[in-house]
Ligand binder design. Sequence first.
Ligand SMILES: [Zn+2]
Ligand SMILES: [Zn+2]
Length: 932
Amino acid sequence: MEYMYTASAQSAGQSCSTARTPALLDAPEDVVAAATVVVQDRVWQGQPRRTTVEDDIEDEDELVQSTAHPFNDDGLSDGEELLMRETPGGVGEDDFEAISVWDQLTESFVRAGLISGNDLTEQDLEILRPFALKVDTHMSGKTFAKLPFAFPQSRMDSWKTIQSRAAQLSGFEPEVYDCCIGSCMAYTGVYEHESICPFCQEPRRDAHGRARQRFVYLPVIPRLKAQHANRETATKLQYRAQGHLHEPGIIKDVMDGAHYRSLLGKKVSVGEQTLSHHFFEDARDTAFGLSSDGFAPFKRRSKTAWPLILINYNLPPEIRMHLDNIMGLGIIPGPKKPADFDSFLWPLMQELLRLAIGVHAYDALTDAFFALRAYLILVFGDIPAISMIMRMKGHNGACPCRMCSIRGISIPNSRNNTLYVPLHRANHPDVRNDPTAVRVYDSGSLPLRTHEQFLVHAHEVQFARTGAEAERLAKDYGIKGIPLLSTLSSLSFPGSFPYDFMHLIWENVAKNLMSLWTGQYKGLDCGSGDYVIESSVWDAIGAASAEAGDYIPYVFGPRPPNVASDKASWTADTRSFWMQYIGPVLLERRFKHRRYYDHFVSLVKLIKQCLKFELTVPEIDDIRVGLQRWVVKYEELYYQYSPERLPTCPLTIHALLHIADSILFAGPVWASWAFPMERYCGALQPAIRSRRFPYASLNRYVVDQARLAQIKLIYGPRARTQLALTPVRTLNGRHVHGSHTRTQLDRGIIDKIVGSLCTRFDTIPPNVIRRSLPQEVDEWGKVRILNDGDTMRAAAMDSPRDDKRDATFVRYEVLVDANARYRNRPVVLQPSTFFGQLQHIFEIQLSAMPRNGYPHPPPPVILAAIQTCTIQRSNTELDIHHYSRMGGTDYVDIQTVQCVVGRIKDRSQYAVIDRSGSLSRALFVGESEDQE
Ligand SMILES: [Zn+2]
Ligand SMILES: [Zn+2]
């Protein structure tokens, strides 16, 4: 495998001398072996790992799994779906077709000399298109087998043949490891030769000697190598070193974070050996982020599987999170939380050791071999998954926070043992009775954990003399032992494990606030406060939220649910949208006291601030102070310093206090949030074809999906367009398309058009323009802004669509005379922003005006007729603009139309919401294109 691209270089004209000595660049086996031993000893010696009580406790704050959309296809349904364990033989013969096929491959592939779009033959594409079709659409094997009969002319191959060719072209094979039937551990590393699970004593194999459960791991190295061997992808991978420019004092990507910057100039070490090279000294050195998250294959089950994905920070941010660029590593199967998560990370660890040393690879850009290196610098996901990876006790430990050692306290005299982390605990009996206990933590100087201290604590626990001692220390520190990933010199504990903004804000804080406002928060009334919104009012807010879906274009995101009645269909996406845009409009003047609304809006502003593309250090300080104030105020409003009300202070409120530090250390919140994982899980969900063998069907899909993604990456644009299975579009300028008619213009409209054209052709008298206007003009149905911009529809041509999601309201900018009100002052044109409904899109072809400098007809002009919204008041910080009536119609050049906007009907008014400044747009464009 290590020499895969030798031949490719030769075919690319590489000189023989380099080709003869490729092994020189490869990680020396003795160094790898020595590092492996050191890592194993450090992590698995000392106190044995145990399954502890908290492993079995449901994670209170994360019970709702955002990605778990109920799945009702193929007879799998809501009812009584119990998660079946993979029974013996459950991993059937053809579950790993794609793997067994690998064995049939010959060296011819290795020698074939990849990797460019031209190497993909027409015949290959013919095979890959149905492969893409099945993978993308989750078509069942049964349906797929019928295709050749439905299209007899198609000469389509069988799935097996297709899959085997796809396997070959993707250039990597999955590694299959046995694991415990109860998902305690994988038989890797120190467990490699065990025959029963050391945690639950279940045998490894069934009566036929077959593994009872498997963990399928997709290796990184061959994929990363192949990506560098493709010119186009290799160019994109240069972003980290070439595209991104670090400006001191500004955070706009991971590479601006203190962690990454501290690695620069530092020597890489593996095991006990310090190597001669420095982190990121080569432009091709890869920075990876690892993400994991609990994933529920079936609804009403909490976490039952943990997908592992890698984010490649060498890619530009706008494509980094696209599904094809997310590198799936495999899924840790459920049903239980792994007792030894590290055993599942072991295959990755071995690759990371190798990649830290350097592996032999071919670079298409320089046409030369080089030592390909990669480093894991960030790890993120939901709290339970990260607790397992960091070997922390998590929510339920005495020190539940991974960033600081704030002590948790529980409700006095209660059977609920959950620990909560308010700043203020002076009224708690335990605290009153303990003179050493902290009474009020200062939000600005929390007892932060450091890397050294974390590892000292982990070491103390792991090498405690007795099991009881280890348990006591573990409780005290909140750390259960030495985590595998702490042996990587590229990671810092706990800083490299930032709290995930998505879970924190949308899954927890937002959800909890809504529960509080509706009086449904963990059985608490509003105490001495008055924050509950009456149910009739809340119902009205709910209805208005759902109705807003009609006025909000598709590109803004999924249709918001009715907040009052439809709790099941919330996702992080819809909650984020509701919080940022709908909530601030619909909650205004709904609380009995304004302080609750103001407190909420101050959070929304802080969130928007966090989501800015670029943050300066002073702005991050503002975020820090803002969130500190917010949490302190939250305790006053909702917790009210009452020990009985401790459930209002879960870890996820406290974690807000660490966001600003994490931005400085690890980069912007979006660089390590869980939306890509959510997207990945969304793609996995329909792959579960069998309720009895969910993990087998997931594994199959994960392999196929990764292969398809890899093929698109390594064979260039031709493969990508062909395998997208959508019509090819070429865009130039602002693109008008959709339905189209010829329209006769009436006099009033002609006057307006002439007026508008006069500003464009300002040297030509109006009557000349009027004469050269055609009788009829082309009228178009929609316009799309280039480079993944919005699509906007003209109301006059818009036929009612099923989804009814209005995409006719736009923001546009017109030059306005700043002195219009003063007759005698000179005209001073300034750009001014307006909102309105796009009525018509006219394409106007003037005839030649020979006396005015146009001997030939000028290029056609596209004009937009927009009826303006008469804005009455605006909240500029939140970008929300209220209007209750429409004004006149402007005829403007289509170039002035900037984006589509949404609206929310709020009582007798509409609020225009403009999301164009928001980050989500920039990061999520490009994948929802088919929808418009
Ligand atoms: Zn087990
Ligand atoms: Zn903390």
